[in-house]
Write a protein that binds this ligand. Structure first.
Ligand code: BES
Ligand code: ZN
Length: 619
């Protein structure tokens, strides 16, 4: 009996000792674990990457080598890199061929490549080619492009897909510079997230240099029959021939936008800012690849009304690319800050009432997201728990909108100039470094909150960062413009025509709000009448068209289906096509959804296919 107690007490003491030790560690510098890389980045310093690949459209393959310049201060005897479906041909360390080994393949993380090294090893070169399941690569046939003449390739590396086209340490906290040589078929052009040429190369060989250290998720390449237009002294746009004029018109205010961003939060530190407008199958709105943002053509509306979406990708040049989430569990620090920043830029470009509409539409989306996530409430926390899970489960409105609302709450409580000073200082302090939620919380407490625990509790900071759902002090915006829209919709629902002189003044977002709340019981005839005047079904404005198709499905309005089919046959942006297919399935039109999806699936990006396969084939 005595003995047992003895052991028990010893156990308690030991447990308490470990717990105390860990708690002490938590308070100072907590150890950050990135569950999504198998590389040994804690031991090896990855300084620079030399990439040399050729692009083979026939085989749909990249082949060549990746060479890493490393330092090995801890004298590790192995170097470990992330790979995903790569074929490794040979491995060389400082000019000597080595025997390497590949680990057991994990469905999400891929296969770790282990290479024997010595303490003084400097250069590690891997000859490889990409596989058929390269998640980052989308190979387009000429028919899937805007001009329909040449094939097209682009990469999408965020979050953990860079490893499917380069053997690399693939975690957001691991930064390196790079040089690249890319061989493409003659007559085509390559662009990368780096400094490069804007002129067409005679022999199809392109050179790039990224002089500022970046994490692997910002490695990017696009190859196509594309042209370049300058937009100003430090910005320009690449696009296919048939899109280039439209793109240049739509983005004409780029330099002005950069000036606004800089006046808010400090200098743009990446040199040039170029964009490439991709073919319509691009799965996302935009990707903040440094020096060269990748942009969906669905924001080209002809009237610059969706240009503010570029503000988002530009804002990532500060939040995300400069100050980077340490792990994907801290993703909100990338996206939430960026949404807040994006709206501040937009406010300067337009006005406060305009931005209030953006906040409100996003708030409506967030409510739907929270409803959808009823069964996984733990994922509605800002700080996520992604151990053993694909980081893309964190790609929800929580990171974006709950994150942005948190900053807005701070702004409302402490004043705009205080929050602006804080953010400017934050971007300077953590420039080219990573940040995790606890480090952010500490920094916030020390600076903006002046170490005042009363304010910390009043503002509910702990709940915002670590608990589920929306805290009670979630800010709301002025709904003036949307209240006016609601009143007009009600009158229309009771049979009155829309007042033209009012609706003529409406922006895209007033229309989106008008459309979103048309009830399911309105009926096909009422929708047909509206469509006759306003031509929503064939709108060139993707936000309006996509909102309208959902209402059309709910009201069984057949008149929209032909246009919807066309939309789904070209557009690949997940934000639009996932809700449309889901709505079709929900409203008993699964046969039609299946038929369309089988036809168009090949046009979509592998990641969009993953989401849609689930919706279409599991119902
Ligand atoms: N960085 C994201 C896109 C992303 C996030 C890709 C995580 C893969 C994993 C990008 O900045 C983004 O947020 N894009 C938005 C557009 C934006 C205008 C809100 C999108 O695609 O909807
Ligand atoms: Zn973003």
């Amino acid at each position: 009996m005595k003995k047992k107690w003895h052991f028990f007490l010893a156990g308690v003491c030991l447990f308490a000792f470990i717990a105390c030790k860990n708690a002490a560690k938590q308070d100072s510098t907590i150890t950050v674990v990135d569950y999504h890389t198998q590389s040994n980045y804690n031991e090896i310093q990855f300084d620079h990457l030399n990439l040399n690949v050729s692009v083979d459209f026939e085989q749909q393959q990249l082949a060549g080598y990746a060479e890493w310049r490393i330092q090995n201060p801890q004298k590790a005897n192995e170097l470990k890199l992330d790979t995903y479906d790569l074929g490794i041909d040979s491995v060389w360390v400082d000019g000597q061929k080595k025997t390497y080994s590949l680990g057991i393949t994990d469905k999400e993380l891929g296969t770790v490549l282990s290479i024997p090294i010595a303490p003084e090893s400097k250069w590690v070169r891997i000859f490889y080619k990409t596989g058929k399941n390269a998640t980052a690569l989308q190979w387009l046939t000429p028919a899937q492009t805007a001009d329909k003449k040449a094939p097209f390739l682009y990469t999408q590396s965020e979050s953990i897909y860079a490893r499917s086209w380069i053997p690399t340490p693939d975690g957001p906290g691991i930064r390196f510079t790079y040089d690249a040589q890319v061989q493409v078929p003659k007559g085509m052009r390559a662009v990368m997230s780096a400094n490069g040429d804007t002129v067409l190369s005679e022999d199809g060989v392109y050179h790039f240099n990224m002089d500022i250290p970046i994490p692997a998720y910002l490695l990017a390449l696009a190859v196509g029959d594309i042209e370049f237009r300058s937009l100003g002294s430090r910005s320009g746009v690449f696009a296919e021939k048939s899109m280039i004029e439209k793109a240049a018109y739509e983005f004409a205010d780029m330099e002005k936008m950069m000036g606004i961003a800089e006046s808010l939060y400090g200098p743009y530190r990446w040199g040039r800012y170029d964009m490439i407008v991709l073919p319509p199958g691009f799965p996302i709105g935009g990707m903040e690849n440094p020096k060269m943002n990748f942009i969906t053509p669905t924001i080209i509306s002809g009237d610059k009304s969706l240009f503010n979406l570029v503000a988002h990708e530009l804002a990532h040049s500060w939040s995300g690319n400069l100050v980077t989430n340490a792990t994907w569990e801290d993703f909100w620090l990338n996206e939430g800050f960026t949404v807040y920043f994006e709206r501040r830029i937009t406010e300067e470009m337009f006005d406060a009432s305009y931005v209030d509409m953006l906040w409100e539409l996003a708030y409506q989306d967030l409510q739907l997201t929270l409803e959808d996530m009823k069964d996984s409430p733990h994922d509605t926390r800002l700080k996520l728990d992604l151990k053993g899970r694909n980081p893309d489960v964190g790609l929800t409105d929580i990171a974006y909108e709950k994150g942005a609302l948190f900053i807005k709450m701070l702004e409302n409580a402490l004043g705009r100039s205080a929050i602006d000073d804080f953010l400017k200082q934050y971007f300077d302090h953590f420039a080219f470094k990573t940040i995790h939620t606890k480090a952010f919380e500490d920094y916030l407490f020390q600076t903006l909150l002046n170490q005042d625990s009363t304010i910390y509790h009043q503002l509910n900071i702990h709940d915002w960062l670590y608990t589920e759902g929306l805290p009670h002090n979630t800010p709301r915006v002025d709904l003036k413009r949307f209240n006016a829209v609601d009143a007009i919709r009600h009158e229309w629902m009771s049979g009155k025509p829309l007042p033209n002189q009012v609706t003529q003044q409406w922006s895209t977002y007033e229309w989106v709000h008008f459309i979103r709340f048309i009830p399911d019981t309105m009926g096909a005839n009422a929708l047909a009448a509206l469509d006759k005047t306003y031509k929503f079904s064939q709108s060139g404005n993707s936000e309006i068209a996509a909102a309208w198709y959902l209402i059309a499905i709910r009201n069984h309005y057949e008149g929209a289906y032909g246009y919807m089919e066309h939309f789904l046959s070209t557009v690949g942006r997940r934000k639009f096509i996932v809700p449309i297919y889901s709505e079709l399935v929900k409203k008993g039109a699964s046969m039609r959804a299946k038929e369309w999806y089988n036809q168009f699936r090949a046009n979509y990006h592998p990641l969009a296919q993953q989401t849609l396969d689930e919706i279409i084939f599991n119902n």
